[in-house]
Design a protein around this ligand. Structure first.
Ligand code: FAD
Ligand code: NAI
Length: 475
């Protein structure tokens, strides 16, 4: 006898578990199926984000930043910390604990919101009376029928062709988050978000890190001025990034791995390393979903085809998060999950793709929302720019972290904020003000006239907004 639900969510990452909670809040009898297993084979909902993504990477970034501070910056404060050591096993155990707290938190939220959770792989069987039949293959086999199905099966790391991940020497994000000892030499391919975050973790802990990047520009999607400033800081830290390379043969050796590549000048080179992290993007995951059984349409990248409202090619089947088009970000997946649940309820769920913030959690942090200066030029938009350096911000000086700046881009005629770009301390938190401002269609002058606490990093935001009108007060 199959169990009948109003809404069945396949995938319990940020897109799926949030969609399930919202659907249950709206009064739907809701199930969520997720197959992720913890070390003991038990359920570990939260997806890539919680298990091998956002959360564990931020835990390691925090630990490694403490280590770097103790080694390099405590002395400036008059603190003597000699013989500072990193116990990698303890750092990883702490990270695992943080992950578990999040897994448990989601299971608690399912109970609280009366979401029925099924641990196992969900796959389409057929269109059935009253919706779609979904099989759960896990500890127990179940057959469910859902009137509405939300697919939120996420993404997997992209492999280099012919170089499979073994998670010992050639690592995806998964292996990169559980390296048991600091490698002497670490190579990464791809200097995108994962390359820079993971490269930073292991560099801070003492690895000699080289990142090989195929594109000739550093962080091409980031505002050029901000990317340049960030690159300067990474160069100073000793995080080596080689741009414009063409990766050739990757071979495992007794000692680790060798990577043949051609550099930007066309010269043949070889990089030797103990470990290699491949961080060249991610691919949508529909493995085991049996999409073909119901004729669910995928594009040539393997992503589920959806419209602006996350409707798929099938009636009452929706898809959200990394498995569909758009940026692969946890908060984008969550917003889509909420919007879909609300649309099922006949409400007007909405995701504003123009105000999705991006953050790279390196030091300095990089965060932005809206369009870059190069995009505005390409779009032929007349704009004014204003920047303010953290060097001139009292709180940044007190923190001892004055790298970077806040940059505002506003429409030349209306002064509406079109983009805000930050490189510097706590950029991840500062960007929220810009997101709110853009959602409310604020002008740069609106931010410039708002009282910001002193001393705070957010004063740099106010000053950058003042700079749009060339009237900074502290610079
Ligand atoms: P996922 O989180 O991938 O979840 C999908 C879930 O579905 C998984 O649990 C999977 O096991 C399950 N599943 C798949 N198929 C089935 C099936 N057939 N049956 C049952 N279950 C199934 N984003 C940010 O916004 N901020 C960050 O700081 C950040 N850091 C990251 C760091 C790293 C190292 C990585 C790899 C990613 C990071 N991301 C970050 C991206 C973020 O993790 C993803 O955008 C986000 O997890 C996508 O959510 P999702 O729900 O679409 O998919
Ligand atoms: P990415 O798209 O950010 O970067 C991949 C990089 O690899 C690009 O610079 C690309 O030019 C380069 N590349 C691709 N193929 C290559 C090749 N063959 N040789 C050399 N370079 C090559 O992808 P990444 O870092 O793997 O992360 C995947 C996604 O996960 C991100 O796009 C982001 O959506 C998400 N993520 C978000 C984080 C955050 O929000 N802080 C943190 C980590 C990941």
């Amino acid at each position: 006898m199959s169990k009948q639900f109003d809404v069945i969510v396949i995938g319990g990452g940020p897109g799926g578990y949030i969609a399930a909670i919202r659907a249950a809040q709206l009064g739907f009898n809701t199930a969520c199926i997720d197959e992720w297993k913890n070390g003991k084979g038990g359920p570990a909902p939260g997806g890539t984000c919680t298990n091998v993504g956002c959360i564990p990477s931020k835990a390691l970034l925090q630990s490694s930043e403490h280590f770097e501070h103790a080694n390099k910056h405590f002395a400036e404060h008059g603190i003597t910390a000699s013989d500072v050591k990193m116990d990698v096993a303890k750092m990883l155990a702490r990270k695992d604990g943080v992950v578990k707290q999040n897994n448990d938190g989601i299971l608690y939220l399912f109970k609280k919101n009366k979401v029925s959770f099924f641990h196992g792989r969900g796959s389409f069987v057929k269109a059935a009376e009253g919706g779609y039949e979904i099989k759960v293959a896990g500890a127990a086999e179940e057959t469910l029928v859902g009137k509405h199905i939300i697919v939120a099966t996420g993404s997997n790391a992209r492999q280099l062709p012919g170089v499979p991940f073994d998670e010992e020497t050639v690592l995806s994000n998964d292996g990169a988050l559980r390296v048991g000892a600091v490698p002497k030499k670490l190579a990464l391919i791809g200097s995108g978000v994962i390359g820079l975050e993971m490269g930073s973790v292991w560099r801070r802990l003492g690895a000699d890190v080289t990142i090989l990047e195929g594109l000739p520009t550093f962080l091409g999607a980031v505002d050029e001025q901000i990317a340049k400033e960030a690159k300067k800081a990474f160069d100073k830290q000793g995080l080596k990034v080689e741009l414009g390379v063409k990766v050739g043969e990757v071979a495992k050796t007794n000692a680790g791995v060798t990577i043949d590549y051609t550099d930007a000048k066309g010269e043949a080179k070889k990089l030797e390393a103990d470990k290699l992290i491949v961080s060249i993007g991610r691919v949508p995951n529909t493995i085991g979903l049996n999409a073909e059984a119901v004729g669910l349409k995928l594009d040539d990248r393997g992503a589920i085809v959806v419209d602006d409202e996350c409707k798929t090619s099938l009636p009452n089947v929706w898809a959200v998060g990394d498995v569909v088009r758009g940026p692969m970000l946890a908060h984008k997946a969550e917003e889509e999950g909420v919007a879909v649940a609300e649309r099922i309820a006949g409400q007007h769920g909405h995701v504003n793709f123009n105000t999705i913030p991006w953050v790279i959690y390196t030091s300095p942090e990089i965060a932005w929302v809206g369009r870059t200066e190069q995009q505005l030029k390409a779009d032929g938009v007349k704009y004014k720019a204003g920047t303010f350096p953290f060097l001139a911000n009292g709180r940044a000086r007190a923190l001892g972290d004055t790298t970077g700046m806040v940059k505002f881009l506003a429409d030349a005629t209306t002064d509406e904020i079109l983009g805000v770009h930050i490189v510097g301390p706590m950029a991840s938190e500062l960007i929220s003000e810009a997101v709110v401002a853009m959602e409310f269609k604020a002008s740069a002058e609106d931010i410039a006239r708002i009282c910001h606490a002193h001393p705070s990093l957010s004063e740099a935001t106010k000053e950058a907004a003042l700079a749009v009108d060339k009237r900074t007060l502290n610079f």
